[in-house]
Design a protein around this ligand. Structure first.
Ligand code: HEM
Length: 264
């Protein structure tokens, strides 16, 4: 494709002898004006062929394949749970990014800066209570949806060959979803956070042989403090978002390549 401006003559024969409504005429005039300068018709054609290529790769839905148009497949809605998890994740990520502007990951002061920033978000920040509620609710909806999605995959036998890899990736995703939940739970640094953290330290310490090392690594020591909060914070707002977003993309990419499993 050359970037030379289009020749006037290129379009002349298009319109010849055609009766156009005013709307069609306006549309074509705008399209041709743009095309003459930016060759957008070529790009639209590239998009169109891409669209058909993608669609050819997509498998037929169960309804199409078995011609079930007029039948009510009662558990079809459960196939939406994976997308529902994704949407909940996106809402949590966006509301979390906004909360990040106001949250302070510090245990200094009395009440601590972390707890103080949460109180400020809830009582002073305009719509702060809404933002925080949106974040907590979407996080909990995501956890529930991911779990139900896993049940759907299990009970429709969709984990079987050739989808084992995506099942294993799913196990990693549900585990990371829980780590997301746990690290976030500690951030307000209130009584619930503090004692949940304490339980975490003690669970780590109960691991044979490497318990102390794990507690040190995950919680920054055997007693909760600034190091603990910082670890939770970085995991929650920096590492996990990158890792989980990438893994969800791979997970959905594999579904796209393999197609949805036929129910067994
Ligand atoms: C962050 C968590 C997750 C997200 C966002 C997610 C997203 C999705 C989406 C959008 C689909 C397309 C089909 C559908 O929606 O049902 C899907 C399919 C699938 N998921 Fe997940 N998923 C997650 C967790 C899991 C878990 C925990 C498992 C199992 C351990 C799992 C295993 C699978 C499998 C095997 C498929 C293919 C199913 C089929 O072909 O019918 N996923 N996932």
């Amino acid at each position: 494709m050359s970037l030379e401006p289009r020749d006037e003559g290129d379009h002349a024969d298009w319109m010849e002898g055609k009766e156009l409504t005013p709307i069609e005429e306006t549309y074509l005039t705008v399209l041709l004006w743009l095309d003459k300068r930016l060759r957008i018709v070529d790009y639209l054609e590239i998009l169109e062929s891409l669209y058909y290529k993608v669609n050819m790769q997509l498998p037929k839905s169960h309804t199409e394949q078995y011609n079930l148009d007029n039948k009510f497949w009662y558990w079809y809605p459960l196939y939406a749970l994976g997308s529902f998890s994704t949407i909940a994740y996106i809402v949590a990520a966006l509301s979390g990014a906004l909360l990040g502007f106001y949250y302070a990951p510090a245990t200094t002061g009395d009440p601590t800066a972390a707890y103080g920033s949460i109180t400020m978000i809830m009582t002073e920040l305009n719509f702060g209570f809404m933002l925080r509620s949106l974040h907590r609710w979407s996080a909990q909806v995501m956890t529930a949806a991911v779990f139900l999605h896993m049940l759907r995959v299990y009970f429709t036998g969709a984990y079987k060959e050739p989808r084992e890899l995506n099942w294993v990736l799913g196990i990693v995703l549900i585990s990371l979803t829980m780590v997301f939940g746990y690290t976030g739970y500690l951030l307000p640094w209130d009584q619930l956070s503090y004692w949940a953290g304490q339980i975490g330290v003690e669970m780590s310490l109960s691991i044979p042989f490497i318990g102390e090392w794990v507690a040190q690594l995950l919680f920054g020591g055997f007693a909760l403090g600034q190091a603990t909060l910082m670890r939770m914070y970085i995991l929650h707002v920096f590492l996990l978002p990158f890792v989980v977003t990438s893994l969800i993309a791979v997970h959905i990419g594999i579904v796209w390549m393999q197609g949805i499993a036929e129910p067994h």
